[in-house]
Design a protein around this ligand. Structure first.
Ligand code: SAH
Length: 252
């Protein structure tokens, strides 16, 4: 069968447009161009993280190394290196990369041996910590998220991350004291068990404030005599779920 030349041209143009559009759909691009996605990661660090003032070389190296696209659902894979939070299921989100960098840098992890994270989520923040310190303990209250994060971290050969399912408000007393603690869900106060489990000289970072409103990212430093508190920036995190209280997880 013969087609007129203009029909073939427009068919060809349609195919090209279709392929281009497919690459714009989350989950349909990226992998086939460079499976490691190193260039995208370097661009994220150079264009989204360094310009926000992050200087800690250990943090920058960790974020260049960790394949964030492995921590997000396939549907959002194409957006994995944008500086934005993304849904990870169960009404929860993976935090935006520049915020992960800011919080990790503010923990001042040089020389730290043991770090606790409350809110494992996808496991990405735990991986960033595990690139920098020898022992990471992380607690997640939503069991399927903990299971999925454990699987991703095992596939990526992180053997220094210990995951527990439970209420992170109580911390992990058997492993205390911690050189640093990071809470990646918002609470209207700093949980006393976490303050208690901080080593002298250690740092606790958490979003403090009302849920579904902007919260203050607070830094507590434990001194010989008590705690010093400073404000880092304003943020918007999902709520810290309390088992004994009615909650409504899911929104940022
Ligand atoms: N740090 C995560 C993102 C965290 S989102 C990452 O890198 O992907 C906040 C997480 O905190 C959610 O997974 C939520 O289920 C968890 N969470 C909320 N309340 C909690 C609690 N009381 N104890 C432990 N985890 C909690």
């Amino acid at each position: 069968m013969n087609f007129p030349a203009h029909a073939l041209t427009s068919l060809w143009m349609t195919c090209v447009m279709l392929i281009y559009c497919l690459t714009l759909i989350p989950g349909c691009s990226g992998d086939f161009r460079d499976p490691t996605r190193q260039a995208e990661r370097d661009r994220m660090v150079d264009e989204q993280i360094i310009p926000r003032g992050i200087k800690d070389q250990a943090v920058l190296a960790a974020m260049r190394r960790i394949p964030r696209h492995r921590f997000v659902p396939a549907f959002y894979s194409a957006s994995a290196y944008n500086d934005s939070p993304l849904p990870i299921g169960h009404g929860q989100t993976i935090s935006q990369p520049s915020l992960v960098a800011l919080m990790t840098e503010a923990l001042a992890l040089q020389g730290a041996k043991k770090v606790l994270e409350v809110g494992t989520g996808s496991g990405y923040q735990a991986a960033v910590l595990a690139e920098i310190v020898p022992n990471v303990f992380t607690i997640e209250i939503v069991e399927p998220l903990a299971t999925e994060a454990a699987q991703t971290l095992a596939e990526l050969s992180y053997h220094n991350i210990h995951i527990r399912v439970g209420d992170g408000y109580q911390g992990w007393p058997e492993e205390a004291p911690f050189d640093a603690i990071v809470v990646t869900a918002a609470s209207d106060h700093a949980p006393q068990p976490l303050l208690d489990q901080l080593a002298v000289g250690g740092r606790l970072i958490l979003p403090v404030g009302k849920v579904f409103q902007e919260q203050e990212l607070a830094l507590y430093r434990r001194t010989k005599d008590g705690y010093e508190r400073t404000r880092l920036t304003m943020v918007s995190f999902v709520p810290l779920i309390r088992k004994d209280q009615p909650t409504q997880p899911g929104k940022r």
